[in-house]
Design a protein around this ligand. Sequence first.
Ligand SMILES: Cc1ncc(COP(=O)(O)O)c(C=O)c1O
Length: 379
Amino acid sequence: MAAPGVVDAEGFARAAAEIKAWPGYQPTPLRQLDGLAAQLGIGRIYYKDEGGRFGLGAFKAVGGAYAVLRHLQSKLGGNVSVGDLLAGKYRDRTQDITVCTATDGNHGKSVAWGAKLFGCRAVIYIHAGVSTGREQAIAAYGAEMRRIPDNYDASVRACAADAAKHGWQVISDTTWEGYQEIPRHVMHGYGVMMGEMLAQLPEGELPTHIFIQAGVGGLPAAAAGYLWLEYDALRPKVVVVEPEKADCHYQSAKAGKPTAVTGKLDTLMAGLACGEVSPLAWSLLDKASFAFMTVPDEAAVFAMKTLASGIGGDEKVVGGEAGVGGLAGLIATAIDKPARDALLLDAHSKVLIIGSEGATDPVLYEKLVGAKPEAVLAA
Ligand SMILES: Cc1ncc(COP(=O)(O)O)c(C=O)c1O
């Protein structure tokens, strides 16, 4: 069968080899939620818990920081290794390189962390909806912060304009005309998580579905591409889940072409508050997805509480607002007979979920769940 395009096995393999050499690398856990699966009347739920990823709290750690690394390697030329960069061997040159990005929080944190790790400068653009907690978490890695008093897409444009003016490199997770290479590195970086996940599945287990949340689409595209390359015709059905208030993939699927949604995009699921698809990610998702769906914010809060309570003896899990998007979509589908039938969910379904963040905003987490993340984990 035809390859998915956009991402490839070589890109995934290189990213995995580089990222596994970073200090503190450890696979994140894959949690099997049997209690919840039984309650929903499906076979298995496998939840890849990215809350502990490199101490950054989200899967994004393996995307933006990897693209920063690749940018520095290409600027320095030759075979510059991760080890040399970490040891500061090229610091006199890297310190004059500036990377920048717009972010809802997690991607910017990854870029700022990568810049610190590999020795260059970072300028990070945030929009009006990004909490001060998230802002401080990024600034803690030494990045210069710039807040744009508008939505995410406006912050993307402000970042691109300043980069052009000052000769900085934009490290974006979204693509636009003439700008694809860096976001493709970001997507290949996400593959490290997919590789771990498939290796952690029980021997011979063949997943039937993945319910996966989308912002600009880099995450679901990377996941869909990886699964396609790995399983080919036997690949699981990809269900892309978005907040009702930021449903650019859903609207694009309905229109049959990339379609922007406007407005405040003021969903609680901050990491998913994107009004425009990444065209490159979309080109893959358009052909690789089985379905697109939306969930209201309350569904995310319900999913967070469900994880925190540990249904039917399941271990208690801390999932952040954007991180539980896919799970919220699964729950909403499983309990609604027509939706369940339409998405071919049944008692034999084996569903992959990527819990793409932990409590990246602990104050908000406590407000929504009614317990501190530490208390949930200790219980
Ligand atoms: C926690 C979390 N999950 C999912 C996503 C969606 O990823 P993408 O924008 O690549 O679709 C994001 C994006 O910021 C995020 O922060």
